[in-house]
Design a protein around this ligand. Structure first.
Ligand code: F3S
Length: 392
């Protein structure tokens, strides 16, 4: 792989040990994937931030990098293993909280913006069409590639940190025009009504296309929330972290020759498949990916003058929560007994064994709660999830 004079100096250790290690990671990755060179990135999102994923070995690696490493581009974090302020209320142990705080302090020492969210594009880290970035969380990667037209591969924890410390990434995969071209035309012959229809579409496409980039036709409009839902599920269920929708996403292409048709029955079957036989749900959670302000507003309207009868967690970035506080939505929501889970989510938090069955409006949430937490799942719209939480 070609390296500039400066990059060679970085690799030789002239800019310190963290930069040297980072360059070694990026060059190794570039060589594996046949990259010809490194390219500059405008922003980074680091995933694998929870102590649940990192463990003590991860803390050791990060401490080593933080000895002389400083980020050189705007960098945020994926959700951590707990709400940084409200962890006690959400039942997180003191020992876990201590370790999680150590991790975040190390990131802060390196100059990382301690915004822990999978929707950085809702809180100021919103790349534009053609911007090269190095993001880690799969739904954020898919949303930025597809809806925003930015360019990123799905980076792991070490490679995204390496990009943050050097401002570079190897040029391969979705950074290149040739890999962004759709290869399957998907004709939607169904009216998609809400976020769970879009989540179910992601499941159907992820499973059918197995990594092939689709050009989707037949969707007339889609809200941010619906596109967020599709972005999260398509990649979770085996799809590429990139899709195009005619008339909605920014990149333009000719129709590919190979085509598939998706009908209402495909969507309905996917929804049915995400619903287990459940006697009782003990956790309702929404906000996977993290809620938009619109969703928070809707939840506050649905909870007005009501009380929840189950644990109801609302996952959201701290910045959106603060706006919600100012607008008065948080007060209504908390008065009803619901809990905000800022900076975190039930998938990266240590929840295994605490609940048996969850309700969610997220197809991605269904996948991980089944496979990581062994919970049974009820998949329903935001309205139905809130209704279930208040039902006696
Ligand atoms: Fe975000 Fe956690 Fe879902 S990181 S996309 S809320 S699994």
């Amino acid at each position: 792989m070609f390296l500039t004079k400066e990059e060679k100096r970085m690799l030789e250790g002239k800019y310190g040990n963290a930069v040297k290690k980072s360059m070694e990671i990026l060059v190794a990755l570039g060589n594996i994937f046949g990259a010809k060179r490194l390219i500059p990135v405008k922003s980074v999102q680091i995933s694998g931030v929870s102590y649940d994923n990192l463990g003590d070995a991860g803390i050791e690696f990060l401490s080593e990098m933080a000895k002389d490493g400083k980020v050189v581009v705007p960098t945020t974090l994926n959700p951590a293993g707990m709400d940084l302020e409200n962890w006690k209320k959400l039942g997180i142990s003191k020992e876990f909280a201590k370790k999680q705080k150590i991790i975040l302090d190390i990131f802060a020492k390196m100059g990382v913006n301690i915004t822990c969210t999978c929707t950085p594009y809702l809180v100021g880290n919103k790349p534009g069409v053609g911007d090269h970035i190095a993001w880690g969380e799969s739904s954020a990667v898919t949303y930025s590639n597809s809806v925003l037209g930015a360019r990123t591969n799905k980076e792991g924890g070490p490679s995204s940190l390496a990009s943050a410390l050097t401002g570079r990434t190897p040029e391969y995969g979705y950074h290149l025009d040739k890999n962004r071209k759709p290869v399957v035309l998907v004709k939607i012959e169904a009216d998609l009504k809400n976020e769970i229809d879009f989540g179910a579409l992601g499941k159907v496409l992820g499973e059918k296309l197995k990594g092939k980039v689709p050009l989707i036709k037949g969707i007339k409009k889609a809200s941010t929330e619906e596109l967020k839902s599709l972005s999260a599920s398509i990649v979770t269920y085996g799809g590429a972290p990139l899709f195009h929708i005619k008339g909605i996403t920014p990149e333009k292409f000719r129709d590919p020759k190979k085509e598939i048709i998706i009908k209402r029955k495909d969507i309905d079957e996917a929804i049915k498949d995400m619903n287990d036989k459940i006697e009782e749900v003990d956790l309702v959670f929404v906000g996977c990916p993290h809620c938009t302000l619109n969703e928070i507003k809707k939840i506050s309207e649905l909870l007005k003058d009501k009380k929840v009868n189950k644990e109801l967690w609302i996952c959201v970035s701290r910045k959106i929560k603060k706006i919600s506080d100012k607008k008065g939505y948080s007060k209504t929501i908390e008065s009803a007994g619901a809990k905000f889970a800022c900076d975190t989510c039930p998938i990266v938090a240590p929840l295994k064994g605490r609940f048996k069955a969850i309700a969610t409006n997220s197809a991605k949430g269904v996948f991980y709660n089944r496979n990581k937490n062994n919970f049974k799942t009820f998949f329903a719209t935001l309205e139905d999830c809130i209704e279930l939480a208040v039902r006696k």
